[in-house]
Write a protein that binds this ligand. Structure first.
Ligand code: NAD
Length: 395
């Protein structure tokens, strides 16, 4: 694993757990973790349960001890690490968004296709697909229980940078993160809704905004000071420009005729991690809220009119996706379980020679949507078609 902070910890917990919860064809061994600071990565290896550590991801990629590379770094290093790992014959799990640019995502997808011919697998970490209620939404759509999908309504709302004094961390710098709320949390709802509906976004009209354009540099961040136009304002701490969107809102068309709305914001005061999706079809509706992730709301319009209404399904039965390995019905699960489910599916695919999903090609398609949203916003919300992912593969 490369990176040991937020996702590093979440993935480590999943790697520690997955062998013990699920009966897998191969056991995952936590061989080596990488970070840039020797002291900190040593502590992380100990705390998170890794056998060894290194400060050079190239050493990790080159190691004969390692079969799988799990990339948990900011987007500016995804492509370089993934390309090297695939070339070295390592299976790759890469956090979302796949890359910072379409060009990088194309190169990664092409490399994944080449590596696949040699039996090397790759997957992108859109973990919310593996929340049992989300997987169940997809099954309901696939089984025709919603009929023809007319509307997709998705929002992913957070509020962690409402304070203008919140520092200019890497997530607020385009060269490190690619984009802001759009690529960070908007990417999740793009992937999730396409996964659930089985439809692709074909075109968008978007607005984006950066509400706070200048922020204090984080304390002791020499690398940041070099990239931001550090300035001293009235004797206060040095500041730098925010170079990503704080919020992105767009309407979209899906390829089977649905209309969709998307909202991704880090300025939704009071909303901490509110991922909400509602899908309306000719025969029914499903609604999901990550803050109540064990539940799914289902409206079945085929029931007798007098009995129609939203049903709250508690998605904790053994027959629900992923749930048979956990607790008795009603004993709920949480955020971290989606990562354990992700590792289960990834290990199973690698061990049995199957292709895990979402593939790099799937993640490239999400990247193309992000790109279309950015271009539309720059062109005053002009309607912008999403470039087909297949054409990108030929590059
Ligand atoms: N799936 C999800 O729900 C989810 C949630 C949060 C973040 N993410 C994604 O995970 C990735 C990491 O985000 P995070 O929140 O964990 O960030 P973070 O800032 O918490 O951690 C980043 C880690 O990467 C390390 N790092 C940075 N550059 C490195 C390099 N060149 N070599 C080695 N280590 C390096 C840092 O030291 C740190 O340990 C991003 O792509 C982000 O979009 C996904």
């Amino acid at each position: 694993m490369v990176g040991y902070a937020f996702m590093g910890a979440a993935h480590s917990q999943a790697w520690r757990t997955v062998n013990r919860v699920y009966d897998l064809p191969a056991r995952a061994r936590m061989a080596m973790i990488c970070g840039r600071d020797a002291g900190k990565v040593a502590g992380a290896a100990d705390r998170l349960g890794w056998d060894a550590y290194t400060t050079d991801w190239r050493a990790l990629v080159a190691s004969d001890e390692i079969d799988v590379v799990d990339i948990c770094t900011p987007g500016d290093s995804h492509a370089e690490i993934a390309l090297a790992a695939l070339a070295a014959g390592k299976h790759v799990l890469c956090e979302k968004p796949l890359a910072n640019t379409v060009a990088e995502a194309r190169a990664m997808t092409a490399a994944a296709a080449t590596a696949r011919a040699a039996g090397v697998r790759s997957m992108c970490g859109f973990n919310y697909r593996r929340v049992p209620a989300v997987t169940m939404m997809r099954q309901l759509v696939a089984d025709g229980r919603l009929g023809v999908i007319r509307h997709v309504r998705a929002a992913y709302l957070q509020d962690w940078i409402v304070d203008p004094q919140f520092p200019l961390v890497w997530r607020l710098q385009r060269d490190r993160a690619g984009s802001g709320a759009l690529g960070d949390i908007g990417a999740h709802i793009i992937d999730l809704t396409q996964y659930v509906t089985g439809q692709r976004i074909t075109g968008v009209s978007a607005v984006t905004e950066t509400f706070v354009k200048e922020r204090p540099l984080p304390a002791g961040s020499s690398g940041l000071a070099a990239t931001a136009n550090g300035s001293v304002d009235g004797g206060g701490p040095p500041t730098g420009p925010v170079t990503v969107d704080d919020a992105a809102v767009f309407v979209a068309r899906l390829d089977e005729g649905s209309l969709a709305t998307y909202e991704a914001s880090r300025f939704a005061t009071g909303r901490k991690n509110a991922l909400r999706v509602e899908i309306n079809g000719s025969l029914g509706t499903v609604a999901f809220d990550l803050e109540r992730l064990n539940e799914l709301e289902f409206y079945d319009a085929t029931r007798p009119t007098a009995e129609q209404g939203f049903t709250r399904i508690l998605v904790t039965e053994g027959e629900h996706p992923y749930m048979s390995a956990w607790w008795p019905p009603g004993h709920i699960i949480g955020y971290e379980h989606s990562f354990t489910h992700q590792m289960r599916d990834f290990v199973e695919a690698v061990a049995t020679g199957a292709d895990p999903t979402p593939s790099f090609a799937d993640a490239l398609q999400v990247q193309l949507v992000l790109d279309a949203v950015t271009r539309s916003a720059e062109l005053g919300s002009q309607w912008t078609e999403v470039e087909p992912a297949l054409a990108a593969l030929a590059v």
